[in-house]
Write a protein that binds this ligand. Structure first.
Ligand SMILES: Cc1cc2nc3c(=O)[nH]c(=O)nc-3n(C[C@H](O)[C@H](O)[C@H](O)COP(=O)(O)O)c2cc1C
Length: 321
């Protein structure tokens, strides 16, 4: 897919000036497409294959106070229209990210870097954020209270109203940058958790993380994933994620970032019409490492074809009749 710069120009009387930018929490992105946490490494690994500057931004792999080894393999399994993963938050730790990755990322001008933050207790989240506060060139934090693949922390926070309120309060107090809280879909009521995150100080929410699932090899009778249970992502989850984004956006007044199974421009438009201000693209990066960049091009084309001059006007624009 060619970028708009190389697309044939429309006829003059048909010419449209259109604006792909979106803004939330005082952050202006050139377009609403972010690469999702855990599917785009620390950004720098994609430098040679993706024009990262074309993206609205990217979210780092979940960062913890100390480096984490993750779960033993096998950690990935492809399912019908989706993928199970139980990476277990393998990461280099917040300090190494600030010292080793951020200086490289600063050379990639104009790419907003969102840091995904993970912890096993409130103090972990607080300390990780404090380490990242010293880093230069971070746009915002995304609080991962929704990882289903670790024994402690992660989803435990996102699935318990009291723990969620506490960790968001602590994180907000520590953060010197906007705080996005990433919600778990593995809850009874998304509106309830979205409201709790907002009331505890979240500047925005993002959803969804993966759905808890599993797969068994019937020949060996062993689980496909060493952790037994894992997180389901990809196109299989899109309709459920879309419904949850819609429910959350109806409930809160803070911006909502939509995530879950996005692989086409139309998917992005759907999430925006349901109430998302921006979106994150995850599993699609696994079968096409250029997916996020391709989607920026395809979204521009979609806007041109549909005469949408200001993409931000799509947010919450679903018509009921
Ligand atoms: C291999 C893998 C690793 C992930 N790691 C993280 C992570 O570190 N932190 C996080 O908040 N979400 C993580 N996620 C969840 C994604 O960011 C995203 O929320 C989820 O996969 C749904 O989007 P998708 O269907 O587009 O993949 C991971 C997902 C995958 C597939």
């Amino acid at each position: 897919m060619k970028s708009m710069a190389t697309q044939p120009k429309p006829a003059e009387d048909d010419e449209l000036l259109f604006d792909m930018s979106v803004s939330f929490c005082g952050i202006k992105l050139k377009n609403p497409v972010l690469a999702a946490s855990g599917t785009f490494g620390y950004g720098v690994e994609f430098e040679d294959i993706v024009t990262i500057e074309k993206l609205g931004g990217f979210v780092s792999k979940g960062l913890s106070r100390e480096p984490m080894p993750g779960n033993p393999p096998p950690r990935l399994w492809e399912t019908a229209a989706g993928m199970l993963n139980a990476i277990g938050l393998q990461n280099i730790g917040a300090k190494a990210f600030v010292e080793e990755k951020l200086p490289l990322l600063r050379k990639l001008k104009n790419v907003p870097v969102f840091c995904n933050v993970y912890g096993t207790c409130n103090e972990d989240y607080e300390e990780t954020i404090r380490i990242l506060n010293d880093g230069e060139g971070i746009t915002a934090y995304e609080l991962n209270v929704s990882c289903p693949n670790t024994q402690h922390g992660g989803m435990t926070f996102g699935a318990d109203p009291t723990l969620l309120a506490e960790v968001v309060t602590v994180a907000k107090k520590a953060a010197t940058r906007p705080l996005i809280v990433k919600l778990s879909p593995n809850v009874t009521s998304i509106p309830q958790m979205a409201k709790i995150a907002q009331d505890a100080g979240a500047d925005a929410i993002s959803l969804v993380n993966t759905f808890v699932g599993m797969a068994i090899d019937v020949e060996t009778r062993k689980p496909r994933i060493s952790n037994i249970v894992a997180g389901l992502s990809g196109p299989a989850i899109k309709p459920i994620a879309l419904r949850m984004v819609y429910e959350a956006a109806k409930t809160v007044t803070i911006p909502v970032i939509g995530i879950g199974g996005i692989s086409t421009a139309e998917d992005i438009v759907e999430f925006m019409l349901a109430g998302a201000t921006a979106v994150e693209v995850g599993t699609a990066n696994f079968w096409d490492p250029c997916a996020s960049e391709r989607l920026v091009d395809q979204l521009e084309k979609w806007c041109l074809e549909h005469r949408v001059q200001k993409i931000s006007e799509l947010t919450g624009g679903m018509l009921l009749s």
